[in-house]
Write a protein that binds this ligand. Structure first.
Ligand SMILES: *[C@@H]1O[C@H](CO)[C@@H](O)[C@H](O)[C@H]1NC(C)=O
Ligand SMILES: *[C@@H]1O[C@H](CO)[C@@H](O)[C@H](O)[C@H]1NC(C)=O
Length: 314
């Protein structure tokens, strides 16, 4: 016999535990990335030495490759480029759907590595930077660990003291005040990015966006503390069990709801450009970035993502 009093009692008990529980809204793997995302053949706004190609071209050149449980996207690694011609063929994917508050979980086996590479897994809204940008996985030239970053318009700053495992590199998220840098958090583990990430077999990135905070977590492939809902791509996840995040951006002095609108999910790989090109020499890469990209196709044989799946929860 199930009485309404029992229901009330159950609800009262269950409510706190449900606070950070989300159900799967979308799951992308293999060919699912081809139907759920658009190849954007646009010029790179960050001035990279790339030529973003459309889906037909990308598949014909095997820069985009999908099987049941594998999705690969890569830069061309066979063509010597003319200095006066377009940049190296590469891929930029954008989700067809937009998301506001949500959790995304990425199971990534391999990410682009090598001098000149500037890969990113990120989310962005319309009228940049007014609807905000969340960079989940990003870096350049194999230098250092992953950097998680928010980019906003004026009026979004982060407190010094935050519960996160990474190190803050700037607390003002306003792109106008920071020369586009935004507010970053640098991971401490070499396994979080590039060659270190790849030699460990990749791992899992997760992002949670609510109206009161944005958090990003990372677990290396063989970490002992991967939550089982993350590891198994469960139908529902409970972020309360995920421990201290790599990056924590609270709403203390940043109204998340007004600085972040509906976001598309983007995966892109540019070469050189505003960040990787500027840091090329300082990061220990030889010569100048553009000549390096033009003349050394084989340097890009590891410049690819291999993604097992992406799941979005709401
Ligand atoms: C590629 O990713 C980075 C992510 O931070 C972004 O700044 C850049 O504009 C992106 N390029 C393109 C063409 O989307
Ligand atoms: C296309 O790329 C995939 C993934 O890297 C690879 O396994 C496959 O052999 C390639 N196909 C051809 C025809 O080169």
């Amino acid at each position: 016999m199930f009485t309404s009093r029992m229901l009330i009692a159950l609800t009262a008990v269950a409510a706190p535990a449900l606070a950070a529980t989300y159900s799967q809204a979308d799951s992308f793997s293999g060919h699912g990335f081809l139907s759920g995302f658009t190849h954007e053949a646009n010029p790179d706004p960050t001035h990279g030495r790339v030529n973003y190609v459309d889906q037909t071209t990308s598949m014909a050149k095997n820069l985009t490759f999908a099987t049941g449980d594998t999705f690969v996207l890569r830069a061309d690694d066979t063509t010597v480029l003319s200095a006066s011609g377009p940049g190296r063929d590469s891929v930029r994917l954008q989700s067809k759907k937009q998301y506001t508050t949500h959790v995304s979980v990425w199971n990534i086996r391999h990410m682009p590595q090598g001098c000149a590479t500037w890969p990113a897994v990120w989310e962005v809204g319309a009228h940049w930077p007014n609807k905000g940008e969340i960079d989940i996985l990003e870096g350049v030239n194999d230098a250092g660990a992953n950097r998680v970053t928010l980019h906003t318009n004026a009026g979004c700053t982060m407190p010094d003291d935050r519960s996160q495992t990474g190190n803050s590199v700037g607390n003002n998220c306003d792109v106008a005040a920071t020369g586009n840098s935004g507010c970053g958090v640098q991971a401490t583990s070499p396994n979080s990015y590039g060659p270190g990430f790849n030699s460990a077999g990749g791992g899992f990135y997760a992002m949670e966006r609510t109206n009161s905070f944005i958090k990003v977590w990372f677990w290396s492939r063989n970490a002992g503390n991967i939550p089982s809902d993350v590891l198994h791509g469960a139908a529902s996840v409970n972020t309360d069990n995920w421990g201290t995040p790599l990056a924590f951006f609270p709403s203390t002095s940043c109204d998340i709801d007004s600085h972040f609108g509906p976001h598309n999910i983007i995966i892109n790989l540019t070469l050189c450009g505003d960040w990787a090109g500027a840091a090329f020499g300082a990061d220990g890469c030889p010569g100048d970035c553009i000549s390096y990209v033009n003349q050394n196709p084989s340097a890009f044989s590891d410049a690819y993502f291999n993604i097992a799946w992406l799941k979005v929860y709401q």
